[in-house]
Design a protein around this ligand. Structure first.
Ligand code: FE2
Length: 296
């Protein structure tokens, strides 16, 4: 039986990613499952250390790009729009003081790193191309899983902002839809530092919005279904270091601001099925020299 301590279906990580029928049924039912202790603390620490190296090497005096699900500053930001095949650095909206200086250290000012580290950096590649993840994808019905996006999310203490309720297929759309997300806790995530929340079963509802790249290269979000995206029955997905949250591309999810003195680092990858069509209207496009790849 799936334990229901967190309110979401959770399981001990199965050996070599062999999801059981019960786990698959729970995923189909809730749109989200938690696998406890998927990654070792050592693997998580290695990813954090590599991220710190990348951040240390990044010149924050040159780039001041903000990512926010509230202001949507990224929608007409070329640094963001062209980041599908790059490693780029995005700040929190509240990271700057009135003079434009960072209020805190660089690492405690960033919202995220994205979106192709899994194809550009050996440490991210090794963490992401885990045979157990390939097995999970196969058991969830993927014919040709492709890793389309990676993000290292910082959610820093004090300035880590709220992420409003959304569905990831809005941003990573295939025809037919196939996106799922893998979210790994690099720090413990709880109610104080802004853990993720999901609305169990709500992935069975329609996709509400579609983010599209227009002919002018700019991004815009179009409402495709007026049904409200309610988070009234959202349930926290509290997680310990190394836990893996697997969620459906239509699963509504959100997270609160980090009001604690602790960071809430997490790593995410999103996969789609290469058997589906990846439209040119998706914001995330790769240069021809860096096509999407699978787990091998
Ligand atoms: Fe999301």
């Amino acid at each position: 039986m799936a334990a229901r301590m967190s309110g979401l279906p959770e399981f001990a990580t199965p050996e070599e990613g062999r999801l059981t029928n019960e786990m698959i049924a729970a995923f189909d039912d809730a749109g989200v499952i938690i696998l406890r202790r998927f990654a070792t603390p050592e693997a998580c620490e290695k990813l954090r250390e590599r991220t710190i190296e990348l951040v240390d090497a990044f010149d924050s005096g040159l780039v001041r790009s903000v990512f926010s699900t509230k202001s949507n500053a990224q929608l007409d930001d070329d640094y963001f729009i062209s980041s599908g095949g790059a490693t780029r650095f995005f700040f929190e909206e509240d990271a700057f003081d009135s003079t434009g200086a960072l209020k805190r250290s660089k690492i405690d000012s960033l919202n995220k790193l994205g979106h192709a580290m899994h194809d550009l950096d050996p440490v991210f590649d090794q963490f992401s191309r885990n045979p157990a993840l390939a097995e999970i994808a196969a058991r969830l019905g993927f014919q040709a899983p492709q890793l389309v996006q990676s993000m290292y999310i910082f959610k820093p203490p004090g300035v880590g902002g709220e992420v409003v309720c959304h569905q990831d297929s809005t941003y990573l759309f295939t025809e037919p839809e196939s996106c799922i997300g893998f979210w790994f806790a690099i720090d413990d995530a709880d109610l104080e530092n802004g853990c993720m929340h999901f609305v169990p079963g709500a992935h069975k509802g329609p996709l509400r919005r579609l983010n599209r790249r227009g002919a002018d290269g700019k991004l815009a979000t179009k409402i495709i279904d007026e049904t409200p995206l309610s988070d009234d029955s959202a349930v926290p997905a509290c997680a310990k270091v190394g836990d893996l949250v697997i969620f459906h591309g239509r699963a509504p999810h959100l997270s609160a601001a980090n009001t604690s003195p602790r960071s809430r680092h997490a790593y995410t990858i999103h996969i789609i099925d290469g058997a589906c069509v990846w439209p040119e209207t998706n914001w995330l496009q790769r240069p021809p020299t860096l096509p999407f790849r699978g787990f091998v």
